[in-house]
Design a protein. Structure first.
Length: 441
């Protein structure tokens, strides 16, 4: 069945609405004692000294409260409202400049709190949570140019909450199971991997970054971040949208998936920033640069699932292509980020190491340039897909080779393919030389 963008969106069956409401209630219940505990902390934290670990602990309590009581409560509320037949307003995201400005304001506020004399447990946790959610939201706002069409607050907020809860949980499970399965298939592999990762950390602490890059520990970390994590996360993020995307036009299906990816990215930003509390500003700013990666990937895969569920022609082949594009961009981002972090590893593990050059160029600078190109490609693709569902646009993103009518075809231009090839080449040059050093070691 093909759903035309001009057709009215089909209503979600009552069974699914009840399921969303019940799951939301079950998720919200544990958040009540967490919220009471957080309020108690605020009452007794008016003065005194608090260590970094204290701030991280209280930040964890607030994060769990928002994930449980906030996300679960939103799902239960919207599920009940939908069962009662109450309409939901069209989703309107703030302008991009406002979201970027708010992000800058909250990051500056959080930095002032953590470096000043104020009590960080009072202000910093909510400031960090808000700042962490803004980059992925401004990416979605860029995709839509402020025009979300038939997408409602109800669908958008439930997708965002689902990506931040079920999406993150399933991704963590998969990222644990996949390496575990690999270790089970290859006897006695787990301990050598742990030993090599320990050696990698020792090499970074000892400023032996060249040795770290050519060691098996870096190779294992690269596999985890650039292969297993993208596959698991791109599969997990949009699964919460499956009951809905079949009933949506393509553009709304993509945006619902993008919002699920935005929720996933928001919680992931909090986890990364809180785990590196002493340099949380740098982590959050770097992750903000890649704010479009998660929404774009989840939107692409949600769109692919929509075509499969609607039994579109060649939907299975197109699913593989869209999933491959999402996972590939995610892998390039994670792999490039790992290389940049390793080259500047002293910022995390010790003093800054000497510069490492590749073919006369800074490997860190070259890879960082790749990340910037990758972000621009992600923003361009996201806006292109989101604008195709409008009356003046086309029906869906169609990659080269898709079997569709000529008037519904969107083929990447030669210039776009050339830019993509340049980005891939920029990633392969330093990584290829690292692999060569490993082989010749």
């Amino acid at each position: 069945m093909q759903i035309d963008d001009k057709m009215q969106v089909e209503a979600l069956p009552k069974g699914w609405k009840r399921t969303i409401m019940i799951l939301g209630l079950c998720l919200a219940l544990p958040g009540i004692p967490l919220a009471l505990g957080y309020c108690l902390v605020l009452l007794i934290s008016g003065s005194g000294y608090y260590s970094d670990s204290d701030v991280q602990f209280i930040l964890g309590i607030l994060t769990l409260t928002v994930v449980t009581l906030g996300a679960g409560g939103a799902a239960a509320w919207h599920g009940r409202a939908s069962l009662n037949g109450r309409p939901s307003k069209s989703l309107r995201l703030p302008p991009i400049w406002a979201l970027v400005g708010l992000f800058s304001l909250f990051v500056a506020w959080g930095y002032a709190v953590t470096t000043g004399k104020a009590v960080p447990v009072l202000v910093f946790p909510p400031v960090l949570l808000i700042a962490a959610a803004l980059p992925s939201l401004w990416a979605v706002a860029w995709f839509t140019r402020g025009e979300t069409g038939g997408l409602t607050w109800r669908r958008g907020s439930v997708a965002f909450a689902g990506g931040a809860t079920a999406g993150v949980l399933l991704a963590i499970i998969l990222e644990i199971l996949l390496p575990g399965l690999l270790f089970a298939l290859v006897d006695d592999l787990a301990q050598p991997v742990l030993d090599e990762l320990e050696w990698l950390l020792r090499a970074l602490v000892g400023r032996d970054v060249a040795g770290a890059l050519t060691g098996w520990g870096f190779f294992y970390a690269f596999i985890m971040l650039a292969v297993i994590a993208p596959l698991a996360e791109e599969f997990a993020k949009p699964l919460v949208t499956l009951p809905l995307v079949k009933r949506l036009p393509r553009r709304e299906a993509f945006l619902v998936g993008a919002l699920a990816g935005a929720g996933f990215a928001a919680l992931e930003n909090v986890i990364y920033a809180s785990s590196g509390y002493s340099f949380w500003v740098g982590i959050l700013v770097v992750r903000a640069l890649g704010g479009a990666i998660h929404p774009l990937g989840a939107g692409l895969v949600a769109l692919a699932w929509r075509d499969v569920l609607c039994k579109e022609p060649h939907a299975g082949r197109d699913w593989l292509k869209r999933f491959g594009l999402a996972a590939g961009m995610h892998a390039l981002w994670n792999g490039g980020s790992l290389l940049v972090i390793t080259l500047a590893g002293a910022e995390f593990f010790g003093d800054l190491p000497p510069e490492i050059d590749v073919l006369g160029l800074s490997a860190g600078g070259t890879t960082f340039a790749l990340l910037i190109i990758l972000v621009l490609v992600a923003l361009w693709l996201g806006r292109t897909i989101a604008q195709q569902g409008k009356p003046v646009g086309l029906d869906a993103l169609v990659l080269p080779g898709d079997a569709v009518a000529p008037d519904a075809r969107f083929v990447l231009s030669d210039r776009a393919v050339a830019i993509w090839a340049l980005a891939c080449l920029a990633a392969l040059v330093p990584l290829g030389i690292t692999g060569l050093k490993l082989v010749l070691r």
